[in-house]
Design a protein around this ligand. Structure first.
Ligand code: RB5
Length: 149
């Protein structure tokens, strides 16, 4: 991925700055969807902005940070076309790309430190969707987004 949207809430903004710098060092363009301070705010705002950027094709993927990564990933997954994963270790981040074709990565600033967060991000970015037996499973997930009644 060469262009990524990034979002966080007030709990995640310090870690976001560090990870944005890490991504830019790797030559990745980052579209920063906020928030930009420690002033209390609500994570659904930033999850929505990142999810919309991914679904619209403005960016290839998104990264989200809140306290745990939970609320912000739940929100992103409400958007059709989004497959967001919350990770606190690199193995799941890598496999989520290879097997699940995730397009949004989330983690928690209260859960992981800076070095581990960088490892998670690097693992996620390095993964390529393998298709094959995983293709139909991802399509089955996507099919659930259609009305079922
Ligand atoms: C904010 O206090 C916290 O709830 C939020 O950052 C996140 O952890 C929610 O899932």
């Amino acid at each position: 991925m060469k262009k990524i949207a990034f979002g966080c809430d007030h709990v995640g903004f310090l870690l976001k700055a560090e990870i944005v710098a890490h991504l830019e060092d790797k030559g990745i363009e980052v579209i920063d969807k906020g928030t930009w301070s420690g002033e209390r705010t609500d994570y659904p705002l930033y999850a929505s902005a990142v999810a919309q950027a991914v679904v619209s094709g403005e960016v290839e993927g998104g990264i989200l940070i809140c306290g745990t990564g939970v609320g912000i990933s739940i929100t992103a997954n409400k958007f059709p076309g989004i497959r967001a994963v919350v990770c606190s270790e690199p193995y799941s981040a890598l496999l989520s790309r290879q097997h699940n074709n995730t397009n949004v990565l989330a983690f928690g600033s209260r859960v992981v430190g800076l070095d581990l967060a960088k490892m998670i991000v690097d693992a996620w970015l390095s993964g390529q969707f393998e298709g094959g037996r995983h293709q139909a499973r991802v399509e089955a997930i996507d099919a659930l987004e259609s009305p079922r009644i």
